[in-house]
Design a protein around this ligand. Structure first.
Ligand SMILES: Cc1ncc(COP(=O)(O)OP(=O)(O)O)c(N)n1
Ligand SMILES: Cc1nc(C(=O)O)sc1CCOP(=O)(O)O
Ligand SMILES: [Mg+2]
Length: 231
């Protein structure tokens, strides 16, 4: 099944705790999209399914009008119910089972943190649509993240992914201070959580991290234009 390629350029993964509560997440996402975020994954490790669904739909409401893809973290059954894309890790539902539940259209992202995990992906006939490669650097957002890959480890995985026609994104400890080195690897995009979710100004944070910051024109809606202080 061919799914249209996505612009993974600046991929935001949400965190309701860093947002100060799940009700604040959609507002932060809206600002981050104005700053250049191209994909949003809704991740909340604490919410029950009903609350997660409310959160997901609130994010979709602000993302979809801008053509920004919305991805569900972990909860394949919720993604399947509403037809969203999904991201799963090595300890989540197996890829073949997720594909069976989702049907052919939604994209599936899969975490890969080592050469052995990439070997396993390349050995199977059912392929994910994108790999989440990480953690690149140490992170306090995900306490059970594995050993850091560093730029060299990331580049080895990203190169092999590309050689096998697999899209990849980098994740873990990425900030405005190290993002240039990450963008010099073969990854198709860069994921951040705290660099945007914990920022005082999520729009400015996204602008700083974006590979292609949005151009402000006379047609830019006023809610997306910079405030006089930022000009
Ligand atoms: C794009 C992307 N890459 C990796 C992850 C991590 O997924 P996982 O290993 O399942 O860990 P949790 O996010 O579920 O804690 C991700 N979420 N997104
Ligand atoms: C959700 C997640 N997955 C990771 C992985 O390595 O698979 S690291 C991570 C958290 C990244 O948060 P921050 O941008 O704040 O460091
Ligand atoms: Mg997971």
């Amino acid at each position: 099944m061919s799914r249209p390629p996505l612009d993974f350029g600046l991929y935001l993964v949400t965190d309701s705790v860093q947002a100060g509560g799940w009700q604040n997440v959609a507002g932060i996402v809206e600002q981050a999209i104005a700053g250049g975020v191209t994909v949003v994954q809704v991740r909340d490790k604490h919410a029950d399914d009903a609350t997660f669904t409310q959160l997901l739909l609130s994010v979709a409401e602000v993302a979809r009008p801008h053509g920004v893809d919305v991805v569900v973290n972990d909860r394949v059954h919720i993604a399947a119910r509403f037809g969203f894309d999904v991201h799963i890790g090595q300890d989540d539902m197996p890829l073949h089972q997720a594909r069976e539940l989702l049907g052919p259209s939604p994209r599936i992202g899969l975490s890969v943190g080592s050469e052995a995990e990439l070997d396993a992906v390349l050995d199977t006939t059912i392929r994910p649509d994108v790999l989440g490669l990480g953690p690149v650097f140490a992170t306090s957002t995900k306490l059970d993240a594995g050993a850091s890959l560093g730029i060299t480890g990331l580049q080895k995985l990203a190169r092999r992914a590309a050689q096998n026609s697999l899209a990849s994104v980098a994740i873990g400890g990425i900030t405005s201070s190290n993002i240039n080195a990450v963008r010099q690897t073969t990854v198709d995009g860069v994921c951040v959580v705290s660099a945007i979710m914990s920022a005082e100004n999520p729009r400015l944070a996204a602008l700083t991290l974006s590979a292609h910051p949005p151009q402000v024109t006379s047609h830019t809606p006023s809610s997306f234009a910079p405030s006089p202080k930022e000009k």
